[in-house]
Design a protein around this ligand. Structure first.
Ligand code: SF4
Length: 271
């Protein structure tokens, strides 16, 4: 245990021991969240986690470290002895299929344990690595979701994530093989998502997803400035223009509802 001195994209990976695996969740419809890692190599600029849990960063930049909870399968197995059912989100504050999962397989081991019990599981990721685990995912009790925030500005805003079209292709293949799938469309980046929303929802339709969940941008802290700094000049001007329009959020919401209704895609807003 300790700093494994593995480095990628200037990310350090630290093996840690956790005391609990399932955390009670306040997210609507979710009983527990499970996060095999703390920190995320995907390093999304808009990520709310470092702004929500600044003390857990211990002075480190978000995206520069990943804590690997190497004992989480053992702890989960122990917790499952006294729990029989519930709905678990994997994950709420990290990406369960970020690249280091290829090596440690903690998400896979936890999924195996949950699949043996009567748990419902919602998997949410920006990676395509979830396809590795389709052999152990229960088609009835599991839902697989990928996050799509932008098609054109992902290199600026999600610098270390797989391209969104690859995520959607992986999801489409899962849908075609009988898995329940969904798209998490969020956070809605003002000015950026506007021109892309039609295409994203058409891709969702073509991927045969069961539904789309949409969330807005949490503008707490320095997130708007961080996004503006990462974007190119044209994108940044669009962001600023939309941010100064007080009715932007209602307008984009109405547009999403219109498109979803036209495409007959069930949708749910988190706001
Ligand atoms: S993938 Fe999710 S947890 Fe990871 S940096 Fe991006 S938004 Fe944050």
């Amino acid at each position: 245990m300790g700093d494994k001195n593995i480095r990628r994209h200037n990310v350090s990976f630290i093996e840690t021991l956790c005391k609990s695996a399932l955390s009670k969740s306040g997210i609507y419809g979710i009983d527990y969240s499970l996060n095999p890692y703390f920190g995320c190599e995907h390093s999304c600029i808009y990520c709310y986690v470092p702004r929500m849990l600044p003390s857990k960063l211990k002075g480190r930049a978000w995206g520069s470290f990943v804590e690997v909870k190497i004992n989480i399968p053992k702890i989960l197995a122990r917790e499952l002895r006294s729990l029989s059912s519930g709905r678990v989100l994997i994950s709420s504050i990290t990406d369960p299929y970020q690249p280091i999962e290829q090596q440690y397989q903690l998400t896979r081991k936890c999924i195996e344990l949950l699949a043996k019990k009567n748990f419902e599981v919602v998997v949410l990721t920006k990676s395509t690595l979830f396809t590795r685990d389709l052999d152990i995912i229960d088609k009835e009790r599991f839902e697989l979701g990928v996050t799509v925030t932008t098609l054109n500005a992902y290199k600026e805003l999600e610098p270390n994530s797989p391209p969104p079209l690859m995520r959607l292709q992986a999801l489409k293949e899962a849908s075609e093989n009988g898995f329940k799938t969904f798209i998490f469309l969020g956070p809605l980046i003002p000015g950026i998502v506007d021109d892309e929303i039609q295409e994203i929802l058409e891709l969702a339709y073509n991927s045969n997803v069961k539904y789309v969940i949409i969330d807005k941008l949490n503008t707490k802290g320095d997130v708007t400035q961080a996004i503006a700094k990462a974007l190119n000049r044209d994108q940044m001007e669009k962001l600023m223009k939309a941010m100064s329009n007080k009715s932007w959020i209602n307008e984009i919401k109405e547009k999403i509802i219109r498109i979803c209704n036209k495409l007959h895609i069930p949708y749910d807003f988190c706001f």
